[in-house]
Design a protein. Structure first.
Length: 242
């Protein structure tokens, strides 16, 4: 594998959305949720997606994460436009490239933190050896080493979101996508969860893409993408790497 040196200094995008649009319904009921969105997702970068409710943020990241097929446009992964691939090709691509974190954590209440994460690892790759060891390693990475045997009900909101982040890291996907992952958390906890996501980008080279309403998270971002009425209205780079 002698490809690493080809991109000296210039990182290739991990994923690229080009001219993506999504229209729901037909005729009078037609809603254009997203129009002509173009976005590159780079390794090591935190990208925030901001915009009013209903502006198309979830649609944008769902298209990125292959949870939703765009009506028109391209999604590039591994040098291939995957927008034209059939549904049966998508689960494997999704599992390999993306980890997802949601506002409501979406943990299984009857499973411990360790079991929630190890089950996700097994679902992504049934041949994975010793998934519990890997789950423990990921929970330690997000600062939950002492709580691996707790049930979700016995964890705080911030701790639950850390379990969800550990679960998203299962299978080692290069891109972590969060849909308002801090919206259910108090400010201090939200900032610490965002700090963890920032660290995953800086230290582990992940691309982190986070939808938020909270402008205080901008300090953690390399790029802020604003979405209005289904269009990307601006892209800023608030964070200095000096
Ligand atoms: P946001 O995440 O910014 O709140 P969404 O991407 O969820 O926005 O939605 C964008 C627009 O698309 C909204 O007008 C919403 O009502 C509409 N929409 C989203 N999902 C559907 C759907 N499954 N069917 C019809 N309209 C939808
Ligand atoms: Mg949304």
């Amino acid at each position: 594998m002698a490809t690493a040196s080809i991109h000296q200094g210039v990182q290739p995008a991990l994923a690229r959305i080009v001219g993506a649009s999504k229209t729901y319904g037909a005729g009078e009921n037609q809603v254009t949720a997203l129009s002509d969105a173009t976005l590159d997702i780079m390794p090591g970068e935190v990208t925030l997606i901001e915009g009013p409710s209903g502006s198309g943020k979830t649609t944008l990241i769902s298209i990125l994460g292959l949870l939703l097929t765009p009506t028109t446009g391209e999604i590039w992964l591994e040098g291939q436009n995957v927008a034209g691939l059939g549904e049966r090709h998508l689960p494997a691509l999704r599992a390999r490239h993306f980890g997802f974190v949601f506002q409501g954590f979406n943990l299984f209440p009857a499973l411990t933190a360790l079991e929630n994460v190890s089950m996700a690892i097994q679902m992504k790759d049934p041949t994975f050896k010793r998934p519990k060891d890997e789950a423990r390693r990921l929970l330690e990475q997000v600062g939950l080493g002492p709580r691996v045997h707790h049930l979700p009900a016995d964890l705080s909101g911030g701790q639950k979101q850390r379990v969800a982040i550990a679960r998203a890291l299962g299978g080692n996907p290069p891109i972590i996508i969060g849909d308002e992952p801090t919206a259910a958390l108090d400010t201090k906890t939200a900032l610490s969860v965002m700090e963890l996501l920032r660290e995953l980008a800086t230290t582990h080279g992940r691309a982190v893409v986070v939808v938020t309403h909270d402008p205080r998270l901008e300090r953690f971002a390399d790029r802020v993408v604003r979405v209005e009425d289904g269009r990307i209205s601006s892209v800023d780079s608030p964070r200095s790497h000096a």
